[in-house]
Design a protein around this ligand. Structure first.
Ligand code: PHE
Length: 358
C-alpha cells in the first residue's frame, strides 16, 4: 500500500485507539467515548468513507485491512466495556450494602441494653453466699401463711398486744384474720423445725430469704413489700455468744471492716433474750443524717435466743436443745451497701437509678 494511502498509518492508529481504550478506567467515560472510539464518529468510520479514494485494484485489500483493524479495536472495546461494567456493578452493590448498613445502624437497630438482676435479688444472693460460707444452708418458705405459722407458733397468741408490732395484710379466704401475707420470715423457722423434728433430728443451721408484707406507709427506710433474711440455728449448747459472733462475722464479711454492728436489748415474743441488730449508717458514716434519723445507726433487724415456748410449739425438748434466730431486711442491706438515701428508689424502676448497678 502506497504511502499516500489514507490507510498508511492504520497500524499505529489502531494501536493508538487500543491504547486509549486501555487507558479509560471509568465505565461512564468509556460509554461516553464509544462513538469516538468505535462508533459513527470514530476514526475507523472516517477511514471507511475514504476507501472510495483508493485505486480500485487496492480497494479490496484495503477494506480487509480496515476490517481487521476495526475488529481488533472493537474486540478490545467490548472486553473493556465488560470489565468496567463489572467493576461498576460491584461498586454499586457495595454502595447499596453500605446504605443498608447505615439504615440498620441509625434508623432500625435500637441500642441493645443488656438486662441484669434487680439490686435486691443480687443482694439476696450475696447475703446467701456469705452465710453459706459460714456453714448455713438456704431454705424457702411460703409468702402466704396461716395465722398459726406467722403468729401463734411464734408465741404470739390471738389478741396478744405484741401483734401490734406487725401491721398485717389479711387474705380473705373465709374465716376472717386466719390467713395472712407473712409479716416477717420467722414463720419459715417453724416450717424448718417441724421438718427437722419429723426427720428425727432437730438440728438446723439455715438462712431463709424471702418477701414479706406490712401495712406500712413507705418512707426512706420502709416498703410495704420488702425482703428479709431469717437465720436459725438449733443444736446442743448454743449460747448468746454464738449469736453475737455470727452477727459480727456477717457484718464484717458483708459490709467491710469500717462498718460496725451493735446489739441493743429489745423484745420479740419468739426470742428470749432478744436484741435489735444495728449497723453504722453508711450514708453519713455514723455522723447522723435524714436516713438514720440523726442517730448514726441503722436498724437491720432483730435476733435472740429461741424462746422455750417456740421450741415447745414444734415439739423440741428445750432441756436438750437450744438455738438462736435472727431476721433482717435485705432491702435495708442493699440500701446501706450501696448508700441509697431513699429505699423507695429500689422499686421505682427509674432506669437512671438502675443503670448505676448494671
Ligand atoms: N421477725 C422479726 C421482725 O421481723 C425479726 C426477728 C427474727 C427477731 C428472728 C428475732 C428473731 O421484726
Amino acid at each position: 500500500m502506497s504511502d499516500s494511502s489514507p490507510l498508511a498509518n492504520l497500524d499505529s492508529q489502531r494501536d493508538e485507539l487500543i491504547r486509549q481504550i486501555n487507558e479509560i478506567s471509568d465505565f461512564a467515560v468509556l460509554r461516553e467515548q464509544e462513538p469516538l472510539l468505535v462508533g459513527k464518529r470514530s476514526l475507523l468510520t472516517t477511514l471507511q468513507r475514504t476507501l472510495g479514494q483508493i485505486a480500485e485494484n487496492e480497494r479490496k485489500e484495503a477494506g480487509a485491512l480496515l476490517q481487521g483493524a476495526r475488529r481488533l479495536v472493537e474486540d478490545r472495546f467490548n472486553e473493556r466495556f465488560a470489565e468496567l461494567e463489572m467493576v461498576e456493578r460491584a461498586a454499586k452493590l457495595e454502595a447499596d450494602r453500605l446504605d443498608l448498613g447505615d439504615v440498620v445502624v441509625s434508623a432500625v437497630r435500637v441500642p441493645v441494653t443488656v438486662g441484669h438482676p434487680n439490686l435486691v435479688a443480687s443482694t439476696q444472693r450475696e447475703l446467701e453466699d456469705v452465710f453459706v460460707g459460714m456453714g448455713f444452708s438456704v431454705a424457702d418458705g411460703p409468702e402466704v401463711e396461716s395465722d398459726w405459722y406467722n403468729f401463734e407458733a411464734l408465741n404470739i397468741p390471738p389478741a396478744h398486744p405484741a401483734r401490734g408490732m406487725w401491721d398485717t395484710f389479711y387474705v380473705d379466704l373465709g374465716e376472717p384474720e386466719t390467713v395472712v401475707l407473712r409479716t416477717h420470715t420467722s414463720p419459715t423457722q417453724i416450717h424448718l423445725m417441724e421438718a427437722a423434728v419429723k426427720l428425727g433430728d432437730p438440728r438446723v443451721h439455715a438462712v431463709m430469704p424471702g418477701r414479706c408484707f406490712r401495712r406500712d406507709t413507705p418512707d426512706a427506710r420502709h416498703l410495704a413489700a420488702f425482703h428479709q433474711i431469717e437465720g436459725l440455728v438449733v443444736d446442743r449448747g448454743i449460747t448468746f455468744a454464738d449469736l453475737a459472733g455470727v452477727i459480727e462475722t456477717f457484718t464484717r464479711a458483708y459490709f467491710g471492716p469500717t462498718i460496725s454492728s451493735r446489739l441493743r436489748p429489745a423484745f420479740f415474743p419468739f426470742t428470749e433474750p432478744s436484741a435489735e441488730f444495728e449497723i453504722t449508717c453508711t450514708i453519713c458514716q455514723g455522723d447522723g443524717c435524714r436516713t438514720c434519723s440523726q442517730t448514726g445507726w441503722i436498724e437491720l433487724g432483730g435476733c435472740g435466743m429461741l424462746d422455750p415456748a417456740v421450741l415447745e410449739a414444734v415439739g423440741i425438748d428445750g432441756s436438750e436443745w437450744s438455738g438462736f434466730a435472727f431476721g433482717f431486711g435485705i432491702d435495708r442491706c442493699a440500701q446501706m451497701r450501696h448508700q441509697i438515701a431513699d429505699m423507695r428508689a429500689l422499686i421505682e424502676n427509674d432506669a437512671r437509678f438502675l443503670r448505676q448497678f448494671s
